[in-house]
Design a protein around this ligand. Sequence first.
Ligand code: ATP
Ligand code: MG
Length: 556
Amino acid sequence: MSEASKTGNFITQIIDKDNETGKHGGKVLTRFPPEPNGYLHIGHAKSICLNFGIAERYQGQCNLRFDDTNPEKESVEYIESIKRDVEWLGFEWAGEPKFASDYFDKLYDFACNLIREGKAYVCELDGEQMREYRGTLKEPGKNSPFRDRTPEENLALFEEMRAGKYADGEKVLRAKIDMASPNINLRDPIIYRIRHIHHHQTGDKWCVYPMYDFTHSLSDAIEGITHSICTLEFQDHRPLYDWTVDAAHTFHPQQIEFARLNLNYTVTSKRKLKQLVDEKHVDSWDDPRMPTISGMRRRGFTPASIRNFCERIGVTKSDSVVDFGMLEHAIREDLDANANRAMAVLNPIKVTLTNYPEDKDEIFTVANHPKNEAAGTREVPFSKHLFIDAADFEEIPPRKWKRLSLGNAVRLRGGYVITCDEAIKDADGNVVELLCRYDSETLGVNPEGYKPKGVIHWVSAKHAVDAKVRLYDRLFNEEAPDARHVDKTFLDFINPESIKIAENAKLESSLANAKPGVGFQFEREGYFCRDLKEEGMVFNRTVTLRDSWAKLEAKG
Ligand code: ATP
Ligand code: MG
């Protein structure tokens, strides 16, 4: 059983009870119903883990169903990305992916039956009148003057709507429920509207399209979904869901609502994510800074880390905000345990070992993982000319400095102890090269009574692989970019430091063979993976070694 299905929650309690009473004969069929109008994000991952996890827990099944009733906003690109993301997370849907549009004929028949039974009518109020007639939370609505048309008249008009006789918006089909209902969703909601528009699945077959509530409930019923799990916003729609499947005399799935995932420092609205892409605040839907599943994949998140995160945040009935640090913790934990170590110098300065022969090379054999022998070893070449990170040298070191400084010794990770004798500067006074001596007695051992204070990482210059390393950080620097702010929108909180690029990074030679997407710990720097899309040596930082935001927040 995957971690997604291990822990029980209030939904599994409902299902357990159903199974005890034999409500569905022990059958459990769930569905994940994305609208293909954008890429999936971390919030969807929660829903995916929940729906597929529950199916797994009860040896049931989960359908993937595209809720495609808004063709103008949908596309095949989105459909393909959604399939890829669900598979990548490690889940398998039952049979072929399904589409609400597969049911357009059936839905049309259901609508005709509602009309025949006097439960739906064609209405000609325009948008503004419709609002006026709807009433408010405090006041009941008024019946539409078209409400008492006969079924024959309604059937004929609906058929004409379908045949393309009317323009967009000229007429709608409405359910005839109760204009005085305290629940506005039940005040004769629209169930079909006219849209003369091409559909990515059904082409130009239809110019009337069913509305979400009608489509969703009946698609669930058609598929025999036993438990239709959705987010809390749909609680007020449940009476309409129930009314629809009952009015259609069909199978009655049970709608169950749970609290959506809200993550701080993040927006999880497809509309806003699309705006970030369209307005080029990020490069694409799968920009590694995006909270999309495809962005996180490029960033270096693993499916297991996302599933673990979703498992840990749990499933509840009340809204809350999850700390972004929890998501970072999940990937850090996975990579700490599973990623091989390697050395990469992001901001290189030259080191020349004055007492090391010019023509000599050595190969050090280094463990890939300090806590896991099974990860094996790799060979790291060493020579007279090295790179270390500029940040690891200070001419005049602060107190407690554990790296390199003039006259002081430091150990090269997996290699010798070196001592710095001289810093060579350019005309502007920047240190460009360090002249050091190595101690040949110190390879892997500290001679008696002699212990250098620190260990730094390094790369042999002539063996180094040149790379571009992108240092990503959180996309927003405000906890609630989405909340209402005076004179500001979420776009005003984009973190200008969300990407920094180390253009001239030097990697140890073994990384030349790094497979895209596979995580490494670059020693002392963080977790990185080679980019999945870009040619050449381009690495992305998945996450830092430690949570630097927690410290910032503590300072306030
Ligand atoms: P919209 O309807 O605004 O386009 P959506 O986020 O609701 O966006 P859907 O494609 O309808 O997108 O979502 C598919 C499923 O994922 C739905 O069942 C929805 O409830 C669920 N879902 C979406 N966002 C979250 C979230 N933040 N947390 C948990 N589940 C979510
Ligand atoms: Mg939705």
